[in-house]
Design a protein around this ligand. Structure first.
Ligand code: GLY
Ligand code: MN
Ligand code: MN
Length: 463
């Protein structure tokens, strides 16, 4: 945990964003895996953790805007708990760790909320995403589960987004520590990526590095020679020479929950072929040019489109695209090869705050989400501010089913060389992803640099 003042400061900052009423932060409960007592690894709700710091199940927090009180709800452990889990801090001590003087039993949470409702006070909550929390809130508030999302407080969502999107020095240090663990994960994967190795061996090894050095992976490891499938969680292939291996993985701090999210793509066996190198250099250029363009005030969608242009130009040079590239990118022809967004906010969630609604996080009054295939999937489009931490993750993919569909539809025949694309259907995909801080004057790529030029990757793989 950070110091108690950090949490007090955050709660006070939220008081300035939401005018009156009661703000509810239900913490996460244990989630059953295959029977109630066998649970998944416990993961606290990120916003609860941001404002109340304590990563234990069965807690709830209230920020009462009308009487100025912050209350932590939870139960002191009994002898049964001590026998199974060992000694635990009292609720009063837990409260102190988060700068909170008032603690109450968890059973009083619903009563406090219902009393507020009966007095006609406004009750603010974030859209719940877990079944257990939905049922808990639904019963407490008398709102059907299906209507909870629409009943969530836009005022609270906007306030939480405003605070959590600007990372403090201590938050940046946490993210950077996680990128440095990702360095170990990715360089280990590079060294293991040789013919005959099964993907699962590498996936399991790097997940172990996360657990041994920081905490759980921040999302299920994406690791595959079939990198054309964007989020490929199948790890059954045996590596063969001539293919490339996409590894998209990161970890999160067990204690503070801050995450990293890094992608590297390497040639199985350690040497890029001429064909692999040609496509790789395009993605690398898009990654580096996009990073260089990062500064406060620029809409991230502009940088996404800049990366799309670098990709289109590279693909034209490689004979895969043709024609007027400004027009091609404007119309979205590049998206057959780059069918996702350039990146997203990163913080306590790997797609930070996605649970409150992506448009609140990545878009605003000025920048509305595009509805064009490809650019529509950009999670962050709005103007950048100092303190944002985001990912830069361009890619080029040869997705046989998409190529076939677009070709059959005669789509963008003036911009795409389908005859050549046909010969790349066995290629897979390439993505290169870094985690970047927006500074007052520009940007800083977080963490120890992870090999990404052709020479750096080949040198690491030779070790
Ligand atoms: N790791 C998922 C992503 O890069 O967005
Ligand atoms: Mn990723
Ligand atoms: Mn990402």
């Amino acid at each position: 945990m950070f110091k108690p003042e950090t949490y007090t400061h955050r709660r006070n900052a939220l008081r300035k964003e939401v005018k009156n009423g009661i703000i509810l932060f239900p913490g996460n409960t244990e989630a059953a895996f295959n029977y109630p007592a066998n649970t998944y690894h416990f993961r606290q709700d990120s916003s609860f953790s941001y404002f109340f710091g304590i990563n234990q199940p069965d807690l709830a927090g209230i920020i009462d805007l009308d009487n100025g009180k912050d209350i932590l709800f939870g139960n002191d452990v009994d002898m049964d708990d001590i026998i199974w889990m060992g000694p635990q801090p009292s609720m009063a001590d837990r409260g102190k760790l988060a700068g909170i003087a008032s603690t109450l039993p968890l059973g009083e949470f619903a009563g406090y909320v219902r009393e507020g409702l009966a007095k006609g006070r406004k009750v603010h909550f974030l859209p719940p995403y877990r079944g257990e929390t939905k049922i808990w809130l639904s019963e407490m508030l008398g709102i059907p589960v299906t209507e909870l999302k629409a009943s969530a407080s836009a005022e609270l969502i906007k306030g939480v987004v405003k605070l959590r999107c600007i990372k403090s020095e201590e938050e940046i240090r946490e993210i950077e520590k996680m990128v440095n663990v990702a360095y170990k994960m990715h360089t280990t994967a590079m060294k293991m990526a040789h013919p005959g190795v099964v993907e699962q061996e590498i996936a399991g090894t790097i997940e172990g590095i996360a657990l041994a050095n920081a905490g759980p992976v921040s999302f299920p490891v994406i690791l595959s020679m079939d990198g054309q499938t964007l989020h490929n969680h199948n790890h059954g292939n045996t590596l063969v020479e001539g293919r490339m291996l996409v590894v998209d993985s990161g970890c999160e701090s067990e204690e503070t929950l801050y995450a990293s999210d890094i992608t590297r793509t390497v040639p199985v066996g350690g040497k890029f072929s001429a064909r692999q190198k040609e496509i790789y250099e395009i993605v690398l250029k898009a990654n580096m040019e996009a990073i260089k363009a990062i500064k406060p005030g620029i809409p991230y969608r502009e940088i996404h489109l800049l990366a799309a242009k670098v990709i289109a130009q590279g693909l034209k040079d490689a004979g895969l695209m043709k024609g007027d590239l400004d027009e091609a990118v404007k119309q979205g022809a590049h998206a057959m090869f780059f069918p996702h967004g350039l990146g997203h906010m990163l913080g306590m969630d790997v797609h930070d705050l996605e649970n409150v609604g992506e448009n609140y996080v990545g878009y605003d009054e000025e920048t509305k989400r595009s509805d064009q295939f490809g650019t529509a999937f950009l999670r962050l489009g709005r103007r950048l501010q100092p303190g944002f931490v985001l990912t830069v993750e361009p890619g080029i993919y040869f997705i046989p089913a998409l190529i076939d569909q677009w070709q059959a539809e005669g789509k963008f025949t003036e911009f795409i060389n389908y005859e050549k694309a046909e010969t790349y259907k066995d290629f897979g995909g390439i993505r290169i992803e870094d985690d970047v801080l927006v500074t007052e004057s520009g940007y800083r790529v977080l963490g120890k640099p992870i090999p990404k030029t052709v020479a750096e990757v080949e040198a690491m793989m030779a070790k």
